[in-house]
Design a protein around this ligand. Structure first.
Ligand code: SF4
Length: 451
């Protein structure tokens, strides 16, 4: 038997190498992971350098102007360094912008297009197949560290926010079958994942397109619906964090699950604004809900709830009074984590046609006032944690200590917990730390016990 293997390895031609550049949001990351998984399943090797790659795939983002610019630069670099380039992702769905800039790319597809990307790769770099060694780990290929993973539960969106072109790029909501999502989550946990980050364009709408149909997972009936999906995910015994949740009434149902420790007490809700007039002009989902009242009720049930949100300032028609309402909302809502962008016109977005665009200086000035106000709120809220004990998940370890995240911190977008001792920690460990100091983003702590 060993001789047979040796012979096979010796006669096998070297694997064909594909380089991969992945840009954009976590949804794009998941698309990249699906393509990489398929590449490995078919026996391609993934090359870390342009030089060794036979061909390069660039997964692009087209959400705002800066992202478009970054994507165009990445394509330019790949063409310059390698020459054989396939483009996929949101920029690829924005008309013929890619072909106009780079007529020599081999192929262009939109997002969520593993099949089309693989077709283009087969055409320009046909695979060699060896069933004995073309094996892929059961959990697929992931771009995140081993201990956390994004879990995409649906694609597309039924809303039509006037500043957004995602529904044009990705289509209407298509929920993944609940058993598929749960099976994938189970495989990820079996492979060492300690934190599942549930993502989509609109997590609370999960299952609407399937009329919340009941399916079976491990012999148990589970509805294709956010609350039921979350409750089932929580049975896997890992952190479950919810992103892109719109505050529809049924979101109230997950708050008790957060209060009793079943789900992480964390909600990422992109409010985008607080003035009813601007929310209406934005055509935001759930805009008419009494948000402040809801937040108060949620915190009564789950006092440790962390609320993260994003906002846009300088939306067309935003007056000083609208902006004052937004600042007032920030003060009253006391959100824990906040991101803010100035409005930027995205080609094809309906908001571009709205009257009374705000000039750039005013946008920047409002952004600064917004961030100053929120920094003070975040600093004050984090300072309340000094003296508390927080369970954290270790992301990285170096000679000078460890970097971790608490239940209140999603990877890449929120704060960090710095642990300054030398210790035996490793990425993926849970540890309890005493919080010694904080600023407006991060916390510093000392270990109490390793879990
Ligand atoms: S909810 Fe609005 S912003 Fe979010 S993807 Fe849908 S249309 Fe775009």
């Amino acid at each position: 038997m060993p001789v047979e293997h040796k012979t096979q390895a010796a006669t096998r031609p070297p694997a064909k190498n594909v380089g991969f550049v992945s840009l954009g949001c976590p949804k794009a990351t998941v698309d990249s992971e699906h393509i990489l998984t398929q590449l490995r399943a078919e026996g391609y090797a993934i090359s870390p350098s342009y030089e060794d790659a036979d061909l390069v795939v660039v997964n692009t983002c087209g959400f705002i102007d800066d992202a478009i610019e970054e994507s165009l630069q990445a394509i330019d670099e790949a063409l310059h360094e390698n020459g054989k380039v396939i483009v996929t992702g949101c920029l690829g769905a924005m008309g013929d912008i890619v072909q106009q800039h780079f007529p020599n790319v081999l192929a262009v597809t939109g997002p969520h297009a593993t099949h089309e990307v693989m077709g283009a790769i087969h055409e320009h770099l046909p695979p060699d197949h060896d069933p004995l060694i073309d094996l892929v780990p059961l959990q697929g290929i992931r771009l995140t560290p081993r201990h956390y993973a994004y879990l995409k539960i649906s694609e597309g969106c039924n809303h039509r926010c006037t500043f957004c072109i995602i529904p044009d790029l990705r289509g209407d909501l298509q929920s993944r079958p609940v058993a598929d999502v749960l099976n994938e989550a189970e495989r990820l946990v079996a492979a060492g994942v300690k934190e599942l980050l549930v993502i989509s364009q609109d997590t609370s709408a999960y299952g609407v397109d399937q009329k919340y149909k009941t399916a079976f997972w491990n012999g148990m009936p589970v509805k294709t619906r956010m609350t039921e999906l979350c409750a089932a995910l929580a049975k896997l015994g890992v952190w479950v964090r919810l992103h892109y949740v719109y505050p529809y009434p049924h979101v109230d149902e997950v708050i008790p699950l957060m209060a009793d420790g079943t789900l992480l007490p964390y909600l990422d809700i992109p409010f985008q604004h607080a003035s009813p007039r601007i929310l209406k002009a934005m055509r935001r989902p759930a805009a008419s809900e009494n948000t402040l009242q809801r937040i108060r009720e949620w915190r009564k049930i789950c006092p440790d709830l962390t609320l993260r949100s994003t906002f846009i300032v300088g939306f067309p028609g935003e007056t000083e009074d609208d902006f004052a309402q937004l600042l007032d909302f920030l003060e009253q809502a006391e959100l824990d984590r906040v991101g803010c962008f100035t409005y930027s016109a995205v080609e094809g977005a309906k908001a571009n046609q709205l009257p009374d665009h705000v000039d750039e200086d005013t946008k920047q000035e409002r952004l600064q006032r917004f961030m100053e106000k929120q920094a003070a709120i975040s600093r004050e809220k984090l300072a309340r944690k000094i003296g508390s004990v927080q369970r954290v998940l270790v992301d990285a370890v170096s000679e000078s200590g460890a970097i971790a995240r608490s239940a209140a911190d999603a990877p890449d977008i929120d704060g960090l917990v710095y642990i300054e001792q030398h210790c035996e920690l490793k990425p993926g460990d849970f540890v309890d730390v005493h919080i010694d100091a904080t600023d407006e983003h991060d916390m510093w702590g000392s270990i109490i016990s390793q879990c």
